[in-house]
Design a binder for this molecule. Structure first.
Ligand code: SF4
Length: 320
């Protein structure tokens, strides 16, 4: 059996300024985690570039990449699987310092590990413990300490709270927000939790089936979403105000997200878009700059106005 090459992500271009948080949102299968892994070079992109502070690090060898490793860190979704159960917390948090040669002595490493643990709200003595002796929330704090111990310029946080109990999600999110504000690193925040995006992000980028469909400031994307998919996504997010929640009309998209091995031609969203027209089946909409940000939709005007799918009934338009 032969499968064609899977382009999990196609033509995605993101720029994050120092001290800013860019949220990357979309359904599972949209390719947002793949973008995060390309940024930290856990995956090598087949095309495109990854630049860190102006330096192209896309195709650097393992050795040449080393000086840049400390610049970018990642926090994964599930601390239970991302922390080595055989290592003590101190060894886990100190590992980047050891591998990157960032501490001149064992004593310095232990001091920096203790500082990092305190920074994430844990006691220094936790360094002697093992991951299985800790709660999920504490383990994720250890992951964050490990990610920040090398003082990176960019933190990729890949669904950092979604594997945690609801009761501790808010405290981990608050911690990330405080650390980001105090330390000033840039953050690529990958999530499907739109209330977390509203709380944490300065900018929002929306992905659908491996492509970027909309990008703009948090205010523009949340208050005036241009792309039909963004409108549908936001209509499904719970609101704090029960009256607003009752009054809001939810957009129900027909069908499942198509397979990335065989994305629909034209606009990749056309098989589920309630306002698709004939042109959408054949012509790929380019990401254009509008008055509100950037959007990839044939029906959105230069001032960012376009169809409001919240007024439409879901109309399946076939499988392309
Ligand atoms: Fe919908 Fe067409 Fe816009 Fe795609 S280009 S989002 S199918 S209206």
């Amino acid at each position: 059996m032969h499968f064609g090459p899977v382009r999990a992500v196609d033509g995605v271009s993101l720029r994050i300024e120092r001290g800013r948080v860019l949220a990357l949102v979309g359904e599972s299968g949209s390719g947002k985690s793949t973008v995060g892994r390309c940024v930290v070079r856990l995956l090598a992109p087949t095309s495109g570039t990854v630049r860190l502070a102006g330096t192209d690090v896309t195709h650097l060898s393992r050795r040449a990449l080393r000086p840049h490793r400390r610049e970018v860190s990642i926090v994964f979704q599930d601390p239970a699987s991302s922390l080595d159960p055989r290592l003590s917390v101190g060894d886990i948090v100190g590992e980047p310092l050891r591998l990157l040669g960032l501490a001149s002595s064992r004593r310095e490493r232990e001091t920096r590990v203790g500082d990092a643990l305190e920074q994430v709200g844990l006691r220094r003595q936790v360094a002697q413990r093992y991951p299985h002796e800790m709660s999920g929330g504490q383990r994720q704090r250890v992951s964050i300490a490990r990610a920040l111990v090398s003082s990176p310029r960019l933190l990729v946080a890949d669904e950092p709270t979604s594997a945690l109990d609801v009761s501790v999600q808010a405290s981990v999110l608050n911690l990330l927000a405080d650390l980001q504000r105090d330390l000033g690193f840039a953050c690529l925040f990958i999530t499907h939790d739109l209330s977390a995006v509203e709380y944490l992000a300065d900018e929002v980028a929306v992905m659908y089936l491996g492509t970027l469909v909309e990008q703009g400031s948090r205010e523009a994307v949340f208050d005036s979403p241009s792309h039909p998919y963004t409108q549908a996504l936001l209509s499904a997010a719970p609101l704090a105000n029960p009256r607003e929640q009752r009054a809001r009309r939810r957009v129900l998209l027909s069908g499942e997200i198509p397979s990335p091995t065989a994305p629909p031609p034209g606009c990749r969203f056309h098989t589920r878009c309630p306002v698709a027209v004939e042109r959408c089946r054949t012509e790929v909409p380019l990401l254009r700059t509008t008055a509100l940000g950037q959007v990839a939709c044939h029906l959105v005007a230069d001032d960012g106005s376009g169809p409001d799918v919240r007024q439409q009934q879901p109309v399946p338009v076939g499988e392309g």
